[in-house]
Design a protein around this ligand. Structure first.
Ligand code: C2O
Ligand code: CU
Length: 486
């Protein structure tokens, strides 16, 4: 690729990219591309889905490998659902697992009662029970689903799905591929290794033993030669940070966590668990390949090899501005209330936090069960840890927010580890970062580097919304809380 890091950090717009591809100077800096507004959507279909959470037998170590006992939402290991913006989802979750579960629609601005957090937003769906989720997603993009208690055990055995909401494209790409990254923690005989370990939970998290994309070993994907290929790259791992780059083709980031951005050249992009990017790649000529690579590991690791085939196309300039602008309510920064959150090792006592409850608050009476708490806490947000050990009382909210009010949150990492911080039910704007330079963008999960300070802004929506690190052992061992927005 013909771009160096400095040029990227200066935030070149798509027009510059197109010019560069056409051979002119990168220094002639045209005005940044403004993505057009999305026209209003009309109509929409209703999708009646059935998610049958159950134990199934699948081969994760290759077609000749042993069978593993997976827990999935369907007969497909990783269901991928595609709908159009304006469509309504009516999804029945039926639980045949030996423990309760739920569906959280990660990144989607759902009504609070559809958010899928057992005890806080809905009763847990017990074995033999079902629950109906019904909502109309307000934004297009690349999203995913997962359970919200014993997440390391349930997603560790397979419970996840990809949800794509189309309708952000002004011009369709020539191909659209999903690359969902997620490791398995399997022994050679196909049985599971422990999903949580004290060493992992108290540090960076416990890593899988088998690296996989879309549930299996990386595959070669066919793409149209010379075409525009949209890659939807999701980090669905419980622990691992990846840093994605493309080798062998021009590429630009066109969306982050499903939200369109002014396209900018992709050199590499660091993604913690739950983070997504949409990348537009100009496929090379017939017979050539490009690779999607994780450069974060000590050895670069290939997520996918894309082989270009079909007839050669006439050369055109690469113009990645194919999306409409993201339509997310923008915080009013002059009027925003500021709050600070420090992500640290556990320190405060749970009893101390519990004393903050008003005695007659109905939420204070919620007792979480064993699936939703661990025996100890290693982590905290503003010195408050999620419930642990004998204390199963729902902790008091991290903050009381006003619906419709703008907020700026300052997030501070007081640990030597990465924490991808996720806020439910909202799409926030990342205003500033102190370590890893990023353009301003909308997201639902942001990666806090060790010792980093980040500011995000959003307009609060009513409900009780979880706020946590998305390294699963970090949230399970304390780095999790919620806000009450009324
Ligand atoms: Cu994917 Cu509570 O989040
Ligand atoms: Cu974390």
């Amino acid at each position: 690729m013909g771009y160096n890091r400095r040029q990227i950090l200066k935030g070149l717009g798509a027009a510059a990219l197109a010019t560069a591809a056409g051979g002119s100077s990168l220094l002639a800096r045209p005005a940044p591309i403004v993505l057009p507004r999305r026209p209003p959507v009309q109509g929409g279909q209703i999708h009646d889905w059935h998610f049958a959470a159950a134990e199934r037998s699948m081969r994760l170590l290759g077609p000749n490998g042993p069978e593993s006992t997976v827990w999935t939402y369907s007969d497909a290991l990783l269901p991928v659902k595609r709908i159009r913006l304006g469509d309504t989802i009516r999804a029945r979750l039926e639980n045949s697992l030996g423990e309760h579960t739920a569906i959280h629609w990660h990144g989607i601005r759902v009504p609070n009662t559809m958010d899928g957090v057992p005890f806080l937003t809905q009763p847990p769906v017990m074995k033999g029970e079902s629950f109906l989720y019904e909502f109309t997603p307000p934004d297009p993009g690349t999203f995913f689903i997962h359970p919200h208690c014993n997440e390391s055990g349930q997603t560790g055995r397979g419970m996840s799905g990809v949800l794509i909401i189309e309708g952000d494209e002004r011009r369709p790409a020539d191909a659209d591929l999903v690359l969902a990254y997620k490791d398995w923690r399997l022994a050679d005989d196909g049985t599971w290794l422990p999903f949580e370990t004290p060493e992992g939970a108290s540090r960076a998290g416990t890593y899988g033993t088998i690296r996989a994309v879309n549930g299996i070993a990386p595959q070669t994907q066919a793409v149209p030669a010379g075409g525009n290929v949209r890659l939807r790259i999701l980090n669905l791992d419980s622990t691992r940070v990846i840093e994605v780059g493309i080798d062998g083709a021009e590429a630009a980031i066109i969306a982050i966590d499903g939200n369109a951005v002014t396209p900018f050249p992709l050199e590499t992009w660091r993604m913690g668990p739950a983070m997504r990017i949409d990348v537009l790649v100009r496929a090379p000529g017939p017979g050539k390949t490009f690779k999607v690579i994780d450069y974060f590991s000590s050895e670069p690791w290939t997520l996918a090899t894309c082989a270009a085939n079909g007839p050669a196309r006439k050369a055109r300039a690469f113009d990645p501005a194919i999306l409409y602008e993201a339509a997310i309510p923008r915080a009013d920064l002059r009027d925003a209330e500021r709050m600070s959150f420090s992500f640290s090792a556990a320190s405060g006592s749970i009893a101390e936090a519990a004393a903050a409850w008003a005695p007659d608050d109905p939420l204070a009476k919620i007792l979480l069960d064993g699936l939703c708490v661990r025996d100890t806490s290693f982590w905290a947000i503003n010195k408050t840890s999620w419930a642990a050990g004998q204390n199963r009382q729902l902790p008091p909210p991290l903050g009381l927010l006003k619906a419709g009010q703008s907020y700026v949150f300052e997030l501070m990492n007081a640990t030597p580890h990465h924490h991808p911080i996720h806020l439910h039910g909202h799409t926030f704007e990342v205003l500033s970062t102190s370590r890893l330079e990023r353009p301003r963008h909308f997201a639902d999960t942001v990666l806090l580097q060790p010792k980093e300070r980040i500011e995000i802004a959003f307009v609060a929506a009513p409900g009780n919304w979880m706020f946590h690190c998305h390294v699963l052992e970090h949230l399970e061992y304390g780095m999790m809380g919620y806000f009450r927005v009324a």
